[in-house]
Design a protein around this ligand. Structure first.
Ligand SMILES: [Zn+2]
Length: 218
């Protein structure tokens, strides 16, 4: 669950690296262990209200969220796209310039770009400033996991994609998964990413570290 977080510093707004959702972005980085990430263009996003702010440096943390929505059983990519559009609509409704988080993973395991430009920025080792962790948006990248995980764990396809995505981002950003992957509740007074799910993040960190090791010795 993302939260408003007006940046306290005044980050420099830079030109976007490339047009959001372009085919180049979608195809870039293939073979480098990146999971399939559906771009904003692919899931039918509306254009952002404001050009995203990009920091030309990596984030310090990968923040794991739950969307605090129903635990749907539809594993289709269409459902994932529907979710991404619904979230963007809701975030526009809060007066935000675009989707708050950087990436969204559906319960079926489909990974979608959230805030416009997030994928291009990650490919460049940079970060778009999101609206997802109050007081920490300038140095965090957020992943929203579809569902509510206060009493149950996310389904296997979601967890598998989360491991893959975290491994790719940690490699891309040169982050140590053992310290960089944190639940939203680390920063804000929230149940996010779920009272059941959050205590299992040590396991997620270990899985991500193993995935990165396996890749580097390949
Ligand atoms: Zn959250």
């Amino acid at each position: 669950m993302v939260e408003d977080g007006s940046a306290r510093s005044s980050p420099q707004t830079l030109r976007q690296q490339s047009s959001p959702g372009s085919r180049d972005v979608a195809d870039a980085g293939r073979g480098a262990g990146r999971p399939r990430v559906y771009t904003t263009q692919e899931w039918g996003a509306r254009g952002p209200e404001r050009r995203p702010t990009v920091h030309r440096r990596p984030p310090r943390y990968i923040v794991v969220h739950h969307t605090f929505t129903k635990n749907y059983d539809d594993p289709s990519v269409d459902h994932g796209f529907w979710l991404a559009r619904a979230i963007q609509r809701a975030h526009f409704g809060r007066g935000w310039p675009d989707t708050g988080q950087h990436f969204t993973i559906s319960r079926g395991g489909h990974v979608m770009e959230g805030r416009t430009g997030s994928l291009a920025a990650a490919l460049a080792g940079h970060m778009v400033v999101g609206t997802q962790v109050r007081g920490a948006n300038d140095y965090t990248v957020g992943i929203e996991c579809e569902g509510t995980y206060n009493t149950v764990l996310p389904p296997r396809p979601l967890l598998a994609s989360l491991v893959e995505m975290c491994a790719w981002l940690c490699t891309r950003y040169d982050l140590d998964p053992r310290t960089a992957i944190v639940p939203h509740m680390r920063f804000n007074d929230t149940d996010c990413c779920g009272y059941r799910f959050a205590p299992t993040l040590p396991k997620l960190r270990a899985q991500v570290a193993r995935a990165m090791d396996a890749r580097s010795t390949r």
